[in-house]
Write a protein that binds this ligand. Structure first.
Ligand code: G6P
Length: 500
């Protein structure tokens, strides 16, 4: 592989396909879930290159390489597996990544389990990834490392004397110093990130938090510049720090949502749930997504606004995720208890069921049909790097006749602030009021808001995101990177309550 120049080498914890062995000994692959894979799949399909990551199974899996080659050939790019031992899965993936960094970076410090053994394995696994990248990477390739599992790959590559250009993108939020400084390994993590040539964040707020943490922890690092990309000088070496809001393949979603098959499925949903507006929440099972509070807000709207009873149903899709971690199992039980309570209190025998609850992964067709059928998107994470569901929902709303209720703590709020109904997801009555407002919003306002959101997402799609990241990595002059116009700095996001 070495020698083919100018390839894009994507490195992430998870490969875009997870593999498992089925009863007859053959391998079965399935597309992985979550925002990272959703965003990067169209990029690699478009550009080709290589994707390096964990295939979702333990080391020593016979015949997996052949299967990877076959799947990669079909996909149009090479796949390279980094197998993990069961102990690595436990300490690096479930432990350090998902019991420390994930909750801490989402401001949920009380859920963190700062076990020192997790840190040691995290470092070892980052080294393991770096060795694989080093072996695969040729001069001229661009290595693009993704997300919180792999913050230490660049420093390990530098230790191996790799001269590769290496970028890093964090898909989740970066916390404020108040939160970050609680991490026992804060200095090691910040120093590791500064070994990349470019570190990208989703929003201006995340980038600002990172720069503040750098300043708190390392007095001799200089950060300068304005605009979208800043320059830092670390022991005489220059690196860059920017904000690049991730997006979706807008045109693909729009085209697929417009097919007659999707239209028929969406119509069928309205036939099954007739004479009402459909609200839609779609989330991976995760405590950051705010599902229990959303359900409480839905209950509150039915209690306080009886005119909406039998006129509205919430479709809540929960996609299974991280089921081996205790907090996720408890969350599932909590969601199911709340759904049962709401349906038990309001159901009309033989007729209206307030919450239509789905707990499984969706086929592409079902996903598009839910998006297209829904009159109101209800996306209320407590904290979220971007939230691509919000953008997918807009892309699929081809009639433009629907409303989006969006948490002000989702990264997408910086782009959609003026046209979505922004809510504080912790404010149960505020979210209920927004549902009521969206229900009664007149068609003219609904359409104008949706049209503007769709235009903004179309102009700044996932290909724009990749180009702006890669250009920032190689550009000579950073003045060519003013802050994108659609990014609303968080201090001017309107936090005033909705007037009903
Ligand atoms: C989020 C993270 C991704 C992760 C995905 C699914 O979108 O940013 O890095 O892959 O969740 O989570 P999982 O733990 O199943 O990979």
């Amino acid at each position: 592989m070495k020698g083919k120049s100018e390839r894009l080498i994507v490195v992430s914890n998870r490969l875009p396909f997870s593999f498992r062995r089925v009863a007859d000994g053959r391998w079965k692959s399935e597309q992985s879930g979550g925002g990272l894979v959703t965003a990067l799949l169209p990029v690699l399909r478009h550009r080709g290159g290589m994707w390096i990551g964990w295939p979702g199974v333990a080391e020593g899996s016979d015949g997996l390489d052949r299967e990877l080659a076959a799947v990669g050939e079909g996909a149009g790019y090479a796949l390279k597996a980094v197998p993990l031992t069961p102990e690595e899965v436990r300490n690096f993936y479930e432990g350090f990544s998902n019991e420390i960094i994930w909750p801490l970076f989402h401001d949920m410090q009380l859920l963190c389990n700062f076990d020192p053994a997790y840190w040691r394995t995290y470092r070892d696994v980052n080294r393991k990834f770096a060795r694989v990248v080093h072996a695969e990477c040729g001069a001229g390739d661009f290595v693009w490392v993704h997300d919180y599992h792999l913050m230490g790959v660049a420093s390990e590559l530098r230790r191996l004397k790799s001269g590769a250009r290496i970028g890093f993108f964090l898909h989740i939020p970066f916390p404020s110093p108040d939160m970050f400084l609680k991490l026992p390994w804060r200095l090691e993590i910040i120093e590791s990130l500064l070994h990349y040539d470019l570190v990208g964040f989703q929003t201006l707020r995340d980038r600002r938090n990172f720069v503040q943490c750098v300043r708190e922890l390392l007095r001799d690092v200089e950060v300068e510049g304005r605009g979208q990309v800043l320059q830092a000088t670390v022991s005489g070496r220059k690196m860059r720090i920017g904000n690049f809001p991730i997006s979706i393949d807008f045109n693909a979603f729009m085209r697929q949502a417009a097919t007659s098959e999707v239209a028929a499925h969406a119509k069928e949903l309205h036939r099954l749930l007739p004479n009402r507006k459909l609200l839609l929440g779609i989330d991976r099972l995760d405590y950051t997504k705010g599902i229990p509070l959303r359900l409480q807000a839905f209950q509150n709207v039915l209690e306080r606004y009886p005119d909406l009873r039998e006129r509205i149903s919430l479709i809540q899709v929960v996609v299974p995720s991280r089921e081996d971690i205790g907090d996720y199992q408890e969350l599932k039980t909590e969601i199911e208890r709340l759904v049962g309570r709401i349906n038990g209190s309001f159901v009309r025998p033989g007729g209206w069921v307030p919450v239509w609850y789905v707990y499984r992964s969706l086929s592409r067709l079902d996903l598009l049909a839910y998006y297209r059928a829904a009159d109101i998107g209800l996306i209320t994470p407590l904290k979220d790097g971007m939230n691509l569901v919000a953008k997918e929902y807009c892309a699929c709303s081809i009639e433009e006749d629907c409303a989006l209720i969006l948490s002000e703590f989702a990264g997408a709020a910086a782009q959609l602030a003026n046209n979505a109904l922004l809510v504080n997801p912790f404010d149960i009555e505020g979210v209920a009021d927004a549902i009521h407002r969206a229900y009664h919003m007149d068609a003219g306002e609904r359409q104008a808001r949706m049209r503007r959101m769709r235009r903004s997402i179309r102009e700044n799609d996932v290909f724009w995101w990749v180009d702006s990241f890669l250009r920032a990595a190689i550009a000579r002059d950073l003045k060519a990177f003013p802050q994108p116009e659609h990014v609303v700095p968080d201090e001017i996001i309107d936090h005033t309550p909705l007037v009903l």
